[in-house]
Structures are given as structure tokens and as C-alpha cells.
Design a protein around this ligand. Structure first.
Ligand SMILES: Cc1cc2nc3c(=O)[nH]c(=O)nc-3n(C[C@H](O)[C@H](O)[C@H](O)COP(=O)(O)OP(=O)(O)OC[C@H]3O[C@@H](n4cnc5c(N)ncnc54)[C@H](O)[C@@H]3O)c2cc1C
Length: 459
């Protein structure tokens, strides 16, 4: 299908963040919008399963919360399970003081995307695929506009280009926006157990009788394994009466790189080495991986774009830096920030970037002149709301990245004897467990943990 010659807003990427932005723009009566994606169909895999209260609120503002909730499983608490028993680490009920959604939900990402895709279709928003963007450049006739050039040679002129095109973003690269770990941390720490991870959706024989409305973390001496029951029938090839569980864990360097799509045998080794089988002990029936519906491996890292909004470079300035006098480029979702999956924050943050961006873009279109922008002062004036949005969202992403890093560090504390001042022995993992075991007896502590995870304080 041929593409239109020009649009107000071109969203590159029809993942969850691109679709949410299209819905947010529609909500604000902005309709000259086009979403493009390089692939024929969205990915049919469950990737991000946790959706938090602040994100459900964002879905509510674009009219999707009800459908999402219907397809999801409500989660009332997170719990750590070790040989010593269960510690509830976060309780969501007390959030009722602050939100009408005092819970987390579990919903596979492809189900979320199907619901968003249908909402977009119902509203006649244009999503055209497969159309892969090759590059962007300032328009010759008016450099305040951007020519988006596709791999098949078609060109669309846009007033604003939004890069919702994932962590390897072509838009970010073309706009020459830097991308790095915010703390300059190296990405090859060999002893970090959560550096390489696997996730899988499986059917279990003898699953533990842990509450289905909990996110469970099985904690053994060397590792942790996440176990969450997915809602409904997440895969058409698996019958509705079979419960599918998400498992996720870190793979130590000594195991070598995990296979691209770990099979049931590999996943079984994990359950036996560190998972619920270790936690429940040899007297409990052995939990067996009966079937693997989907599995994947990935390496974890954190990166953030130098800015989430910039004008496209039109040349090089006298200071050797790009001269940014072209059209507005905005980054959202994984194109703007990525981090490890602990706490399930990534997709959530991206969706909230999009929903907050909708009204700001509408205001930009209303105030920005249609012709070339003559002076720097004029550009700064029309860009001010977008710049403010970008600074706020980048600050929120930094908060999440640091929270996730902290979570990762505390989860991977070594379970071995260390010496304080060379004379006092202590075991960091034991200290953590003892401290958590004590603090998690208090409702206010668990409610605070729920607040942090929910995103309500960092929407
Ligand atoms: C294996 C795996 C497991 C994950 N697990 C979790 C998890 O447990 N918890 C969690 O929170 N997150 C997880 N994530 C991350 C989560 O999936 C992302 O945060 C989320 O998909 C980001 O959405 P997005 O819309 O920003 O980008 P994406 O979902 O990456 O969508 C980008 C879209 O842009 C399109 N595109 C890219 N380049 C172009 C181009 N040049 N032209 C046109 N279209 C283009 C792509 O085809 C794609 O559809 C996981 C990711 C992976 C890969």
C-alpha cells in the first residue's frame, strides 16, 4: 500500500508505545497521524507481563483500561519463597487510598498489543505495515519539516517524527542522539548473575500451591526464579484448561550462554538447580516442565538517550556539534530507555511516556508555525512544551533505571562469608533476608514497596 505524501505526526513503530501514542492523540482529536511498522505483524510473544497501577491509569485515559483488565490476572502481592518460608514483600491493597486500581496485573505483552491494536482499528487510526524507515532528513523546501525515507524509496513529509522503534532505534541514530548507561557502568560484569537471563512460558506438572494472585520469587542460595501464573489462554495452541506459568531467572556465567530458545530440558535444570524444587525441598512432589510454550534469552543492560526531544541536525555548527534547526524528533519507550526486567518497569514507563506526550504534541501542532521557523528564539518558544515533557520523562526514566539497578544489586548479594573491617564475619545475603524478613512484617513497609513498584509516585 502506498503511503501518504505528508502527515502531521509520523509514529515509527507499532509496538505498545507507538499504539498508545496514536490512541492518546486520537483522544485529543488529533487525526492527521500515521503509524508505520517495518514488520507485517506484531510479535506474538509474551515478553512484558507486569502492568502497574500508574500504567492502568494511563490506559484508562485512552479508553483501554477495561479491556486490559478483563484479559488480565489481578496480582495482590509479591512474595519471596525460600526454604525458611514465605515473606510477603509488597502488598497492593493499601494503594486504594491513591488509585482506583490498587493492584498489579499480569497480562502477556502480545495480548496487551492485541487490545491496543483493536482500539486503534476501531478508531480508524492509520497503521500501515510492513513499511521500514531507512532514514530521516530535513525537507529541502522547509527544513522545519522532516522527510522520512522508507526502504522501498517512498517518502513521507512529517511535522513531527516520533521514534517508537525500539532499543535499536533508527530514528535516534539518524537524529544523532547519544545512547549510554546513565552511570557509565560497564556492560560485561562477569559475576553479575542477572547479566544474562532467560524467560519462558511453560506448563508445569505438580505446580506449587502458591496463590495465583501473587508474583512469586523462589530464592535459593545461588539465584532467584520468578514464577507467575498467566491469565486466560495466552497461546492458541495450548488449551484453555492448562495454566501457563511465566518463569524468569539469571543464568550464571559458569553455565555459559543460554540457548536462544531454552527447551523444557534446560528449563527443568533451572527449576532443579535454584527454583521452587530447591525451595520446597526433596519431600515435596517434583515440579516438572511438561511443555514450553515460548522461551527466550537476553542480556540485561541499562541505556538512556541523551535527550527524548531534539531537532533534526541540518549541518555541523561552529562548535563541531550538530546544528539542530530541522524538524522535531521525539523518542518514546525502548527507543528512549532500556533497563533490566526486574520489577517489570520497561514497557510500563514507555506507555506512560506516550500517554503524557499526546496532549503536548497537540499543543505543539497548534502553536508551531506551518512555514520555516526564522529565528532561534522563535524555535525555543514553540519547542518549550516538548522540551519540558522530554526533561520530565527523562528524569522519570532515570529514577526507574536507578530503582531497577538497586533491586538487581540487592537480589544478587553474595551468599558467602565476608569480613567487616577484617575482623567481623557477615554474610550479605543472610543479612538481606533477615532484614527483609523483619521489615516485611509491617504493613506500611509492604505498602511502601507496592507504591514504588506501582509507578504512582513516578507516573
Ligand atoms: C525477550 C524479551 C523479554 C522481555 N521481557 C520483559 C519483561 O519481562 N518485562 C518488561 O517490562 N519488559 C520486557 N521486555 C521489554 C518490552 O518488551 C519492551 O519494553 C517493550 O516492547 C517496548 O515497547 P516499544 O513500543 O517501545 O518498542 P518495541 O516493542 O520494541 O516496538 C518497536 C516497533 O518498532 C518497529 N520498528 C523498528 N525499527 C523500525 C523501522 N526502522 N521502521 C519501521 N518500524 C520499525 C518494530 O518492528 C517494532 O514493532 C522484554 C523484551 C524482550 C525482547
Amino acid at each position: 500500500m502506498s503511503l501518504p505524501q505528508s502527515v502531521d505526526i509520523l509514529i515509527v513503530g507499532a509496538g505498545p508505545t507507538g499504539l498508545c501514542l496514536a490512541l492518546a492523540l486520537h483522544k485529543h482529536n488529533c487525526t492527521n497521524v500515521l503509524v508505520v511498522d517495518g514488520v507485517e505483524q506484531g510479535e506474538n510473544t509474551s515478553r512484558a507481563v507486569a502492568v502497574h497501577a500508574a500504567t492502568i491509569e494511563a490506559f484508562d485515559t485512552i479508553g483501554c483500561a477495561e479491556d486490559i483488565l478483563q484479559a488480565a490476572r489481578k496480582i495482590s502481592a509479591t512474595a519471596m519463597r525460600s526454604k525458611r518460608g514465605r515473606i510477603e514483600t509488597a502488598t497492593f491493597g493499601p494503594l486504594a487510598k491513591y488509585t482506583k486500581f490498587p493492584f498489579m496485573i499480569a497480562i502477556p505483552q502480545h495480548v496487551t498489543e492485541q487490545i491496543l491494536g483493536k482500539a486503534v482499528q476501531d478508531r480508524n487510526i492509520r497503521v500501515l505495515r510492513p513499511h521500514r524507515v531507512a532514514r530521516v532528513q530535513p525537507s529541502a523546501e522547509n527544513p522545519s519539516l522532516t522527510d522520512v525515507i522508507f526502504e522501498d524509496g517512498q517518502v513521507v513529509q512529517a511535522r513531527v517524527v516520533v521514534g517508537a522503534d525500539g532499543s535499536h532505534s533508527t530514528i535516534r541514530e539518524n537524529a544523532k542522539i547519544g545512547w549510554a548507561d546513565p552511570d557509565g557502568e560497564p556492560t560485561d560484569e562477569k559475576d553479575n548473575r542477572l547479566m544474562q537471563m532467560i524467560i519462558a512460558d511453560v506448563i508445569l506438572e505438580n505446580p506449587p500451591d502458591w496463590p495465583l494472585e501473587n508474583i512469586n520469587l523462589a530464592v535459593s542460595t545461588d539465584n532467584i526464579v520468578l514464577l507467575v501464573a498467566l491469565p486466560g489462554q495466552p497461546y492458541p495452541h495450548i488449551s484453555a484448561d492448562q495454566l501457563v506459568y511465566r518463569i524468569a531467572t539469571g543464568i550464571p556465567a559458569s553455565w555459559g550462554p543460554p540457548p536462544h530458545a531454552p527447551d523444557s530440558e534446560y528449563l527443568q535444570k533451572i527449576l532443579d538447580a535454584w527454583g521452587p524444587n530447591v525451595v520446597l525441598g526433596p519431600d515435596a512432589p517434583r515440579i516438572v516442565v511438561k511443555q514450553t510454550a515460548w522461551s527466550s534469552r537476553f542480556r540485561t543492560r541499562s541505556s538512556i538517550a541523551d535527550t527524548f526531544f531534539a531537532r533534526l541536525p541540518t549541518g555541523i555548527g561552529s562548535d563541531g556539534e550538530p546544528l539542530r534547526e530541522g524538524g522535531p524528533i521525539v523518542l518514546i519507550g525502548d527507543a528512549a530507555h532500556i533497563h533490566p526486567p526486574m520489577g517489570g518497569q520497561g514497557m510500563n514507563l514507555g506507555i506512560r511516556d506516550s500517554v503524557k506526550l499526546g496532549p503536548v504534541l497537540v499543543e505543539f501542532l497548534r502553536t508551531a508555525p506551518a512555514g520555516p521557523i526564522a529565528t532561534r528564539a522563535q524555535r525555543e518558544l514553540v519547542d518549550a512544551p516538548l522540551r519540558q515533557w522530554a526533561e520530565e520523562r527523562r528524569g522519570r526514566a532515570l529514577t526507574v533505571i536507578r530503582f531497577v539497578k538497586q533491586l538487581g544489586k540487592s537480589m544478587t548479594l553474595p551468599n558467602e562469608r565476608r569480613w567487616l573491617l577484617g575482623i567481623v564475619p557477615f554474610n550479605p545475603a543472610w543479612l538481606r533476608d533477615t532484614f527483609l524478613g523483619f521489615m516485611c512484617r509491617f504493613t506500611w513497609w509492604r505498602a511502601h514497596a507496592a507504591w514504588q513498584i506501582s509507578g504512582l509516585g513516578n507516573p
